[in-house]
Each structure stands twice: as C-alpha cells, then as structure tokens.
Design a binder for this molecule. Sequence first.
Ligand code: CMC
Length: 390
Amino acid sequence: NGYFTYDPGFMATSACESKITFIDGDKGILLHRGYPIDQLAEQSDYLETCYLLLNGELPNAEQKVAFEKLITNHTMVHEQLQFFYRGFRRDAHPMAVMCGVVGALSAFYHDSLDINNPEHRHIAAIRLIAKMPTMAAMSYKYSMGQPFMYPRNDLSYSENFLHMMFATPCEEYKVNPIIAKAMDRIFVLHADHEQNASTSTVRLTGSTGANPYACIAAGIAALWGPSHGGANEAVLKMLDEIGDVSNLDNFIARVKDKNDSTKLMGFGHRVYKNFDPRAKVMKQTCDEVLTALGINDPQLELAMKLEEIALNDEYFVKRKLYPNVDFYSGIILKAIGIPTSMFTVIFALGRTPGWIAHWLEMHSASYKIGRPRQLYTGSVQRDFVPVDKR
Ligand code: CMC
C-alpha cells in the first residue's frame, strides 16, 4: 500500500542502531567496537572480548582482573537446576537441552530482576556469561551418563570448560594449553556478529520486555538451525556422508543440481560475499592445532579438497560462496575431542556475550516492540458458511 516494504529474509532492512559490531561483507571486515576480529583473536582473550562487547572499551589491567573475578564468582548453577536436566531423555540433542535449561534460569532469577534497572541488567549479563560453560558441560555430561562436574575457579574460562566437559570425579583432566588456547580462540571468533538470525531473535524477544534468560533461550533456539549455528555440526555430517575423496565429484554434482536440496555446508554467507574474516583465522588455528597435536585426519584432507574444488568451480565462484567460520571450526573441535553433537552448543556459548551486549544496548536506550508487517496473500473477505451448507 506504499507504506511498507516487502523484504523477506530482511535482506535490506535495518531494524536497529548499534555501536557494537561493524561488518563490511564485500571487503571481509569484521570489527568489534572498532577492533578487527583477527587482532582480537590473536592478541586478546575471550573474557576480555566479552568485557569489550558489554562495555564498549577494552579493560585496563585492574578492570580485567576484576571482571575475571566477577565471572568466576558466578560459575556455579543452582543445585535444583540439575533436575531440569534429569527431565530430558539421555539421547536428547544437547541444543534441545540448552533451550530448556537456559530458559529455566528465568525461573530462578525472576524476583530479583527489574530490567529497567541497569545494575540488574548487568548482573544478568554476568550470570549468563559465567554459567553458560557450566550448563553446556552439564548437557554433555548428562548425555554421557556421567556425574556433573562443578566449576573450578582456579582455572581460566576455557580451561574450566574443558575440565567440566572431560574430568570425572575419578580422574582429573590435564588441560593441554594448545587445546585451551584453541578453545578460547573459537569462543572469541563466535562472540558477536551483529544482526544475525539468533541475535535478531534475542532483540525481538527482548523488545517485548521479556526476561533476559528467556531471551537468550530464544537465541539458542534460533542458532540451532543448520543454516545458522547448526552448520558446524552439519559440516562434519556432510564429510561423513561424502566419506572419501573419490565421491567428491558426485557430491558436488548433487549440490549444483537444482532439483536436489543438498548444500555445501560451511559455505556461503548472507553478508560476506568475498571472504569470511573469521574463517581466515579459524583456518590458521586449524592448521596450528592439527600440527601441534600431530593429527593427520583424513577428513581434513577431504575438507581441503572440497574447499579447493569450491573455490575454483564456476557455480560457487559466481554465487560468491566462500568457506565460512563453521567450515573450519568443526574440524578443530573434532581434533580437540569435542563430540559433534556439542559443536552448536560451543557456538551458543561463544555467542552469549554478543546476544547479551545487544540486549543491553537495546535496553539502555528507548526501543519499540519489534513487529514486522506482512504481505497478505490469502482470501478476500467472505461470509461464514454453516457446516451443513459446506
Ligand atoms: N551450497 C550450495 N549453494 C548455495 C549455498 C551452499 N552452501 N549457499 C547458497 N547457495 C546458492 C543458493 O542455492 C542460491 O543459488 P541460486 O541463485 O541459483 O538460487 C545462491 O547461492 C544464493 O544463496 P541464498 O540462499 O540466496 O543466500 P542466503 O544469503 O539467503 O543464505 C546461507 C546464506 C548462509 C544461509 C547459505 O549460504 C547456506 O545455507 N549455507 C550453508 C549453511 C552454512 O554454512 N551456514 C553458516 C553460516 S555462517 C555462521 C552463522 O552465521 O551462523
């Protein structure tokens, strides 16, 4: 009717102003609060990046220590939360469990939370960043039938996560510094990505004034899909399905076939039409980790061959389909012993500060409830017909 724009997939709609993350998809630039992602991945660490996303500036030495201490103080979850896990089938996908248990946090912190109070918003942000590794590791432990491990405050954020994943009451997990560093870098590379589907979901949910833990649970649900965060798991499944380099041509032919819905998982991006700067750092990390751990994975060889074909094949070149962050992250995660079903949970953990930073930004200014319009294509008005006349 001239007032609304029809924009399926929000290809050309800005729904908010933001000072958090800048992306230039044609040039392959990604900046958090102005800092390039490669510099953050190589020179910063995850908790410092969280501080930057939440507060707008890097912490000084004193602020850095205080922030780490604050996060460490909140790593435990309420004992009763265990019962929420126990309500799930053991073979439930950990992302299904995460949607439930993170949403359940809203039942634990509702009375002490006034979203109009900046201090209350801040403590919700801290709690979420602090508890996500504990809750993610619990979803894994539950699926394995192993006891939940309590967080250890003498360890760094990533070391502690690995400890809660892999230690048991009978055996300590000796954290390999190469693995802990790779884990931390994976978290940094996922920390934020402006208005992607899950962040937009968090903002949309938040725009109704909903509880922040429920908003993050909504973000987790949106992230789970294979077109978004679920792609890292889908990459490994795809490599399993291809199986051997000799089957690659057949697989690529299926991807190109208009009548076949097969996609090359870990390739393509809505915004990056040149290269994904996160993928560049991820690839380098992948090489470093595999060399340092002495891993010679035939799946990696397959992945590299696939990448080579895709980068040179006209179908992919014409559509500007480059490897994205999920293509390499799965290979690293596999190399460091993370089970495939946990890949998207790791993405959710890493993306948590981004989701919260956007939620905080929205609540620190005036905002409107998110309410898209539609292009109605249904029936025109008609009169009701009683059942005996139909
Ligand atoms: N394999 C094969 N063809 C593809 C792929 C792919 N991965 N991605 C897009 N295309 C084709 C698509 O079929 C279309 O072809 P045509 O013009 O002939 O119809 C053309 O490229 C344009 O694609 P589109 O679907 O319009 O692109 P989009 O911006 O809507 O989708 C995407 C972006 C990421 C959802 C999509 O590229 C995709 O599904 N990729 C695989 C899943 C994946 O790796 N997702 C992770 C994204 S990065 C991490 C994150 O942000 O979560």
